[in-house]
Design a protein around this ligand. Structure first.
Ligand code: NAG
Ligand code: NAG
Ligand code: NAG
Ligand code: NAG
Ligand code: NAG
Length: 252
């Protein structure tokens, strides 16, 4: 019995034109094979390219970079003034619920007067860069705090979403992109009187929301006019996904 089954199965498996085989073992132990002979079976690949999905999410954080700079005749003096002021700024940031407070750069450079030959050493510029994170609604106050404790410039302000929210939005965008691809494949297959048999490959590009930079001129104007009186309003962040799918279309 098992032998017959095996021979029959092998014979069917090697037969080109048999597209599907149904083997049934009946209650009395008789093996019967029903073959659906689809001599004109069709398989077509259908590709959808760059089907996209997008999701908008609000910014969860503002990332701000500022710097403290001093110019002095003497290198040590420039460094000392910079570090004293930077420490005041760092301490003050601790009181405005800023997080991820980092001293991002420390630099000392010599200044020369090039109008003389040989050029003349005129002094030193010492800079300390500080970056931190806060909520968008507290960004204005945090910048005020930095300026009032001695920060000299705002290097950048940008708005970002938390990793969790970014990932969730990416998944939603991906789902939408795949749905778009499937809709197109289904529409095309029905035109051809075929059905989507399977998805042969998926190539997915998930683009996390790029940070939204805050307009620099606005930021510097805001510093002049006292930031807290100028609300810093981030726009929504956009997370997008793009998929390339290859479908196999076959007889229904
Ligand atoms: C299946 O179709 C082919 C080609 O049309 C034909 O030669 C063959 O006899 C058919 N087989 C059966 C089992 O009907
Ligand atoms: C993919 O589609 C998006 C939106 O439909 C478009 O902006 C983008 O340029 C496309 N990219 C490519 C590589 O075709
Ligand atoms: C994620 O987004 C929701 C809705 O905007 C917000 O309430 C939540 O605080 C965000 N999560 C984090 C970790 O920021
Ligand atoms: C800082 O956060 C704590 C707890 O989240 C809150 O009680 C406090 O009021 C906040 N301080 C400021 C200055 O926002
Ligand atoms: C997936 O798509 C990207 C961008 O379009 C392309 O560079 C890459 O070669 C693709 N990978 C595969 C396996 O098709």
């Amino acid at each position: 019995m098992i032998l017959i089954f095996a021979i029959l199965y092998t014979a069917l498996a090697f037969s080109d034109f048999v597209s599907s085989t149904v083997l049934t073992v009946t209650g009395t132990g008789i093996i019967s094979a029903y073959t659906k002979n689809k001599s004109k079976h069709e398989h077509k690949n259908f590709n959808t390219q760059n089907k996209t999905g997008t999701t908008s999410i609000p910014a969860d954080f503002a990332e701000i970079a500022i710097s403290v700079d001093f110019v002095a005749k003497n290198a040590l003096s420039a460094q000392k003034q910079t570090s004293t002021t930077a420490n005041k700024v760092l301490k003050a940031l601790g009181f405005v619920n800023a997080s991820k407070i980092i001293t991002s750069s420390v630099s000392l450079s010599a200044n020369y007067d090039n109008s003389n030959n040989p050029s003349l050493l005129t002094g030193f510029t010492s800079s300390i860069g500080i970056s931190f994170r806060t909520t968008p609604s507290k960004a204005g106050d945090a910048i005020d705090t930095c300026i009032s404790t001695g920060a000299d410039s705002i290097q950048s302000i940008s708005f970002i979403a938390s990793d969790e929210n970014n990932t969730a939005a990416g998944n939603k965008a991906t789902y939408e992109a795949i749905q778009n691809a499937i809709s197109e494949a289904t529409a095309v297959s029905s035109q051809l009187k075929l059905c989507v048999a399977k998805i042969k490959s998926i190539n997915l590009t998930n683009l996390q929301a790029p940070p939204i930079p805050f307009s620099f001129s606005l930021a510097t104007e805001a510093v002049g006019a006292k930031v807290s009186s100028t609300p810093i309003q981030p726009g929504a962040l956009t997370v997008s996904a793009s998929v390339d799918l290859v479908f196999e279309l076959a007889d229904c």
